[in-house]
Design a protein around this ligand. Structure first.
Ligand code: NAD
Ligand code: UDX
Length: 464
């Protein structure tokens, strides 16, 4: 089965970069990425390729190469579905904010809308691929909708979860540790569909790195991978608090532990807490699934990863207040970094939002600088929490375009995203312009403590 036309529904952090890389590597396949968000599609089509809506190192060059050749961005969802042999569903699956499973389960309404739209439009057989992260057994629901409301068209449903991390998306897509494809491998038609997708990835990925499984294993593996990764961060963050009270250093502990080849050195960086659109959402979903099967202990075990992460964000902010003589009311605090990690403009679930909210509740005045996040986004993140009115957020929070300016006359600086440029700042100049004592709180362990203390900072790093 040769695939000529692909449609990807959802032009977000996954759909956009993933399709750009497939388009670059498979110039003979036409790919149309569609979205109902007109603004987003307009940005993807911006003649100035640096203005595409997602910042990822290396992405704009790939889009520049493929866009208009075999990569297209459009709001005409019906047309793209109609023309496609293969449809990736890459829409958002956020945590439900209403009804049964509120605050825990994944909200599948966008997925279901896609399925119904495909069923309505499709006139020939199609391979439908779950690219979004979904609860195990969602494929069964998808198939049910497609088979029962369709036009007699035959569908093969594959699960092909995405493992890219933001900030390194392009590299992760070009050289993935593995690609996972779940399909109905018991039937010939199912195997054909799986092989069609394997062939696409095999254009640039060694075949031994392309794993094929049944659909349920593939769906569950994605949730499992994110749970294991987040668990490592919560584990080292739990140790960071123990380090602070015992005089151990969490980086030294991480290095010693990570040298054990069974544990490995990656993902042991202690921080102010993990953020991003995936970890919390996917673990909550896992906990919900376990509870719905009555697996209480399994659910409680994974829920603790989230509890630890919330604690880490809260205790970082509480420590700031306590260190600054138990009050930050009316004090200017500079926040360096708003994105949930470096090299992305994504702020979803960023620890910075929660730290800022905590400090605002203590009546601090906040000035934020982030190299890639817009003022509009920062206010929208704070407004979304609903802790105070939009006006109150705009009164208490200022967003600036320069780190030095952010720190002028500040009582304290909180470094919350590990952007490389923060290492190179003129910290002496920052110190000179701050009120004294000048407090510096490093939530990422990015800065060298001795040098900062020598300048005169009251320096605090997580896990030290
Ligand atoms: P996103 O919010 O950036 O993008 C999703 C897009 O889908 C939005 O632009 C939205 O407008 C669009 N959309 C929603 N419903 C639609 C519909 N019916 N028709 C057309 N467009 C529609 O989300 P994302 O970060 O790209 O994540 C997408 C999925 O991939 C989620 O399930 C997520 O868990 C998973 N995932 C994300 C990452 C990541 O790093 N962000 C990594 C791996 C997996
Ligand atoms: C994650 C998974 O890594 C990826 O495989 C999946 O597809 C999507 O979810 P992402 O959230 O984009 O990717 O970034 P990731 O690098 O995993 O970082 C998540 C959060 O954990 C960030 O806030 C990061 O700063 C934090 N983190 C990560 C730590 O605090 N310490 C670490 O050692 C690693």
């Amino acid at each position: 089965m040769k695939i000529k036309n692909i449609c990807c529904i959802g032009a977000g952090y996954v759909g956009g970069p993933t399709m750009a890389v497939i388009a670059q590597k498979c110039p003979n396949i036409n790919i149309t990425v569609v979205d109902i968000n007109e603004k987003r599609i307009k940005q993807w089509n911006d003649p100035d390729v640096e203005k595409i809506p997602i910042y990822e190192p290396g992405l704009s060059a790939i889009v520049k190469e493929a866009r208009g050749r075999n990569l297209f961005f459009s709001t005409d969802v019906d047309k793209a579905i109609d023309e496609a042999d293969m449809i990736f569903i890459s829409v958002n699956t956020p945590t439900k904010t209403y009804g049964i499973g509120k605050g825990m389960a994944a909200d599948l309404k966008y997925i279901e809308l896609c399925a119904r739209q495909i069923a309505r439009v499709a006139k020939n057989d199609k391979i439908v691929i779950e690219k979004s992260t979904l609860p195990v057994r969602t494929a069964a629901a998808l198939k049910n909708i497609l088979d029962n409301t369709g036009n007699g068209v035959k569908y093969q449903i594959l699960s092909n979860p995405e493992f890219l991390a933001e900030g390194t998306a392009v590299q992760d897509l070009l050289n993935p540790d593995r690609v996972l494809i779940g399909g109905d491998i018991e039937t010939e038609k199912g195997r054909e569909a799986v092989n069609a997708l394997v062939d696409i990835y095999a254009s640039w990925i060694p075949k031994e790195n392309i794993l094929t499984t049944n659909v349920w294993s593939s769906e569950l593996s994605k949730l499992t991978a994110n749970a294991f990764l987040a668990q490592r961060v919560s584990s080292i963050n739990a140790m960071s608090q123990l380090c602070e009270v015992t005089g151990a250093d969490v980086d030294e502990v991480a290095r010693a532990v990570g040298k054990d080849s069974r544990i490995g050195p990656k993902f042991l960086q202690s921080s102010v807490g993990f953020g991003g659109s995936c970890f919390q959402k996917d673990i909550l979903n896992l906990v919900y699934i376990a509870r719905s099967f009555n697996l209480q202990e399994v659910a409680d075990y994974w829920e603790q990863v989230i509890i630890m992460n919330d604690h880490q964000k809260r205790r970082f902010a509480a420590n700031m207040v306590q260190t600054m003589y138990n009050t930050v009311a009316g004090k200017k605090i500079a926040i360096l970094g708003w994105a949930f990690k470096k090299d992305t403009n994504d702020t979803r679930e960023s620890a910075a939002i929660y730290v800022a909210d905590y400090l605002l509740n203590e009546q601090a005045e906040i000035v934020v600088y982030d190299p890639k996040v817009t003022e509009e986004q920062i206010y929208s993140d704070l407004d979304y929490l609903g802790s105070r009115s939009g006006d109150a957020n705009r009164q208490a929070v200022t967003v600036v375009n320069d780190s030095i300016e952010a720190c002028e006359e500040a009582h304290a600086v909180a470094l919350l995203t590990e952007w490389d440029e923060f290492k190179e700042l003129d910290w002496q100049k920052i110190y000179d312009q701050m009120l004294k004592p000048a407090f510096l709180f490093d939530g990422r362990r990015l800065l060298e403590p001795k040098a900062k203390k020598k300048i005169g900072f009251e320096f605090y790093a997580i896990g030290n």
